[in-house]
Design a protein around this ligand. Structure first.
Ligand code: T3D
Length: 261
């Protein structure tokens, strides 16, 4: 399918999904949601895709909901879709698909991320951020909304309640340096190194047995609501499955061969 608001390319097992509305810093509109849904379905089904990189065209990563489109919804008749329904039908499935697809997602944060653009970055498994980029979590509060698309969950899980509250209210531009210090991103690099770093990580992830990476993604996420006992049991269950894969047996054999065993 040809996309207008996205660029989608797959190279040697790595899909690069570029949000492509640079004039509005890649804000989400209805067309982008339709195209994202389609692209993520493709990513999920295509066995040739092992890793996904999400980035933005131009100087922004993603400025969240397109505010012109949001305002247009408000002047529609009362039966037009409510904002709660808009979240349930557009943003929530997007975030859940990224979390539930058993392939790693890397956010290559090339520029400013605001509102749901921050949530999109936090939904990914790894984040590399340009040293010039910023997070604007308080974009929601500034227009009288609350953080959504998972930000009320991701933020306190990643940085704790106090910092989450501060980011959602007081910090106009959370700079890359502070994002790294807080553990919101895995690396901060010069702007021209953002995509190359994401690609380098993707190649390394691609070399790992894909199914075990998918399962470990699932197990690490479940841990957010599990007790230690539940995690131990879930690990035992998944390990039973992982240990039966040819990839596991082959890699153990290869390791021992290298050691002359
Ligand atoms: O279901 C639902 O609908 C609810 C979901 C809500 C989720 C949300 O994401 S709510 C939060 C929405 N996002 C915002 O409120 C962010 C608004 N944008 C900004 O605050 C600033 O643009 C930034 C801090 C992101 C960047 O500032 P700056 O100075 O680097 O750039 P700029 O000049 O403000 O923006 C550049 C252009 O992009 C500009 O257009 P122009 O003047 O060049 O024609 C600006 O209007 C446009 N733009 C930026 N963000 C949006 C946008 N246009 C539409 N919607 C945007 N979100």
């Amino acid at each position: 399918m040809a996309y207008e608001t996205l660029l989608y390319e797959v190279q040697e097992g790595v899909a690069i999904l570029t949000l492509n509305r640079p004039d509005v810093l890649n804000a989400f509109n209805e067309q982008m949601f339709q195209e994202l849904q389609e692209a993520l379905r493709t990513v999920e089904r295509d066995e040739a895709v092992r890793v996904v990189i999400v980035t933005g065209a131009g100087r922004g990563f993603c400025a969240g909901q397109d505010l012109a489109e949001m305002q247009a919804r408000y002047v529609q008749p009362a039966e037009a879709m409510s904002i709660g329904e808009h979240l349930r039908s557009r943003y929530n499935p997007l975030i859940l698909r990224i979390r539930n697809t058993e392939k790693p997602f890397i956010a290559a944060i090339n520029g400013v991320a605001a509102g749901a653009g921050c949530s999109l970055a936090l939904a990914c498994d790894l984040r590399v951020m340009a040293e010039t980029a910023t997070f604007v979590f308080n974009a929601f509060a500034k227009i009288g909304l609350i953080p959504d698309s998972g930000s009320t969950w991701f933020l306190p899980h990643l940085v704790g309640y106090g910092r989450a509250f501060e980011a959602a209210t007081l910090i106009d531009r959370l700079e890359a340096r502070r994002a790294l210090e807080w553990g919101l991103v895995n690396a901060v690099v010069p702007p021209e190194q953002v995509l190359p770093t994401a690609r380098e990580w993707a190649v390394r992830l691609r070399e790992l047995p894909g199914r075990s990476v998918g399962w470990l993604k699932r197990a690490l996420q479940r841990a957010a609501t599990f007790t230690l006992e539940q995690s131990l049991e879930y690990e035992a269950h998944l390990q039973e499955v992982a240990a039966r894969t040819p990839e596991h047996r082959e890699r153990v054999e290869a390791f021992l061969k290298r050691r002359g065993g």
